[in-house]
Design a protein around this ligand. Structure first.
Ligand code: SAH
Ligand code: SF4
Length: 369
């Protein structure tokens, strides 16, 4: 947990650089900001309600704050939403916004309506440095991390375009590896679950990671949101080919770290994402090996039929194969679901998001991350 002193330090540093962006501040950071203005910490709750519950971004309209404070906020702070560069709707109702950030980079946010819930899929980085070999985001390169404000703003933008209550779940499954952008992602998760923020239950916010072991270990104690782990293979040899990170973060370290995140928490389980690649990881023997690997861990396996994109090196497993794989897992006592493909006519399906990357470094993550 960060100390109040660290929060203060961050604020003083930020103030030297100009106005503080309030949209991404979790409650402790917002309280530290008000303290730095000589105000009481409870102002954080008022500000968060104005921003996240009443959608008021103009400080002059915040009538329960004194005139003097409103004036000071105008000098010292801001709450701004980036521009929407495109708003597309797929034939199945999936919606995608291309969001242009202040520096010209674009990220994508996708809304997936279902009969009983509405899931918003947010991006955490411009591009992604992980280089998974089946992912368009990974192919497109990496520019930078998003700030917490830029992640929270995606939820604000989507909400402004949708009916009240349409967003019931938020998943960090857009562009980027969330755990490489640790603090802003944790801040965002806290804003999403805060009673004065978006008031989502911790089960309805999911961080999805390609498996950065030390970051998974750090999560416990900092947040209680759901964890999804992109597994895609039941052994190191195959996973090394699909998720290059695995060479330094192998399964024998990753699996126990994930298990530890939910250990001692009743009714919680890990979601394992498994993209089905034709003839690569979709055979009966892989299903058996997977069941063995996950034995004893409260789990749900989410099978994702591969979504193609230009230049992809893999094909999608036939539906029959995906169903057979799911049946084998079920036989072994695992919960398995098949993710329906949504929004692929607007390139909004898993792994198809590329945004628009200014000056990509084209770098791949140092595998020791
Ligand atoms: N970077 C995070 C979030 C990614 S998106 C992560 O890797 O976990 C959510 C899921 O889509 C991940 O499991 C990812 O591996 C998967 N995915 C990526 N490209 C895909 C593709 N082309 N088809 C299907 N699933 C894909
Ligand atoms: Fe990055 Fe996730 Fe794509 Fe891998 S699957 S390249 S971690 S976005």
């Amino acid at each position: 947990m960060r100390s109040a002193a660290a929060d203060h330090e961050a604020f003083h540093a930020a103030r030297r650089e100009g106005p503080v962006e309030l949209l991404g501040l979790d409650r402790p950071r917002m309280a530290a900001f008000f303290e730095s203005l000589g105000e009481k910490r409870f102002r954080a709750r008022q500000m968060m309600q104005w921003l996240h519950q009443r959608h008021v971004y103009d400080f002059t309209e915040m009538t329960d704050l004194s005139k003097a404070l409103r004036q000071r906020l105008q000098e010292r702070a801001r709450a701004t939403l980036p521009e929407v560069a495109a708003d597309q709707q797929a034939s199945d109702g999936t919606r995608k916004w291309v969001i242009r950030l202040a520096d010209g980079n674009c990220v994508e946010t996708v809304y997936i309506p279902e009969p009983k819930r509405g899931t918003l899929c947010v991006s955490s980085q411009v591009g992604c440095p992980m280089g998974c070999t089946f992912c368009a985001t990974g192919d497109a390169g990496f520019a930078r991390n998003l700030s917490a404000a830029e992640i929270v703003a995606q939820v604000h933008i989507a909400r402004r375009h949708l009916a009240e209550g349409a967003i019931t779940n938020v998943v960090f499954m857009g562009m980027g590896e969330p755990l490489l952008n640790f603090d802003p992602v944790i801040s965002t998760a806290r804003v999403l679950t805060d009673d004065y923020g978006f008031v989502l239950s911790k089960r309805r916010v999911t961080i999805s990671t390609s498996g950065i072991v030390r970051a998974v270990e750090r999560l416990r104690g900092l947040t209680d949101v759901s964890l999804a782990v992109s597994l895609h293979a039941p052994n190191n040899e195959l996973r090394n080919q699909l998720v290059p990170l695995n060479r330094k973060h192998p399964l024998e370290r990753l699996i126990p770290a994930c298990h530890a995140y939910i250990e001692g928490k009743p009714h919680r389980r890990i979601t394992w994402e498994y993209t089905m690649l034709d003839g690569v990881n979709d055979q009966d023997q892989h299903a058996r090996e997977l069941a063995q690997l996950l034995r004893g861990i409260p789990s749900k396996v989410n099978l994702i039929p591969f979504n193609p994109y230009p230049g992809a090196r893999y094909g999608r497993s036939p539906d029959q194969r995906v169903r057979r794989f799911a049946d084998l897992l079920l036989e072994k006592g695992l919960t398995a679901t098949i993710r329906e493909t949504r929004g692929d006519d607007i390139d909004g399906a898993c792994g198809q998001l590329v945004g628009e990357i200014q000056d990509p470094r084209g770098s791949r993550v140092a595998a020791s991350a």
